[in-house]
Design a protein around this ligand. Sequence first.
Ligand code: HEC
Length: 194
Amino acid sequence: MTGFAGKAAAIIASAILVGAVGAGYLFSGLYPVGADVPHTRAVLWLLQTLRERSIERASGDIVVPPLDDPQLLLSGGADYNDMCAGCHLKPGRKESDFSVGLYPRPPNLAARVDGPGARHADEMQTARRRFWVIKHGIKASGMPAWGRTHDDQRIWAMVAFLRRLPELTPLQYQILTARKQPEPATDGPVSVGE
Ligand code: HEC
C-alpha cells in the first residue's frame, strides 16, 4: 500500500515537474517565432500531424463535381493567376518573395511534385483536399480562406485548373489564364477595366 502510494506520488510529482518546465519554457519567450527560423522537429511533427489529420477528416465527405469541363478550366486559370500565382508560382517561375519568405513555404503548385499534397496520389482525394484548403485556408500559414469571398463554383474551377497546371508551358499558361477582354466599344464612351 505504501509502495503503491509512493509510486503514485512520484508519478504525480514528475507530471507536475514536466508541466512546470513546459510552462516555464512557454512563457520564457525562448522559442523562435520568426518565419526565418524553421520549427524544431518535434513542433513541426506536431503541427503537420494536426494539419494533415484535420484536413483529411474535414474534407472526407466532399462530393467532387466533373472537373474536365473546359469552361471551368478557363475561369479557374484567370483566378489562379490573379490570386494564387504570387505564392504558388507558375510555369517558368521558380521563386517569388512570398514563396521564399513564407513559413511554412507555399508548395509550388506548378511543379510536378507539389509538396505535402503529392502524397495523396488518388485524384479524387487530391481534389477534395485542395477544394477544402482553398475554401477554408490554413491557420497561421499565410494560406487564406477564399471561401469567405468566393463561391464553391469558382473554387472548383481553380481545383480543375490545378490538375492541368503542372503540364503547362509558360505560353499555354499565359493563354489559359488570360481574362477575356471586354469587346471594344464601337460607339459611345470607351469602358475602362472590367
Ligand atoms: C500569401 C500566400 C498564399 C496565397 C496568395 C495563396 N496561398 Fe495557398 N498556401 C499558402 C501556404 C503557405 C500554404 C501551405 C500551408 C501549410 O503547409 O500549412 C498553402 C497551401 C495551399 C494548398 C494545399 C497544398 C497541399 O496539398 O498541401 C492549396 C491547394 C493551395 N494553397 C491553393 C491556393 C490557391 C488556389 C490560391 C489562390 C486562390 C492560394 N493557394 C493562394 C500560401 C498562399
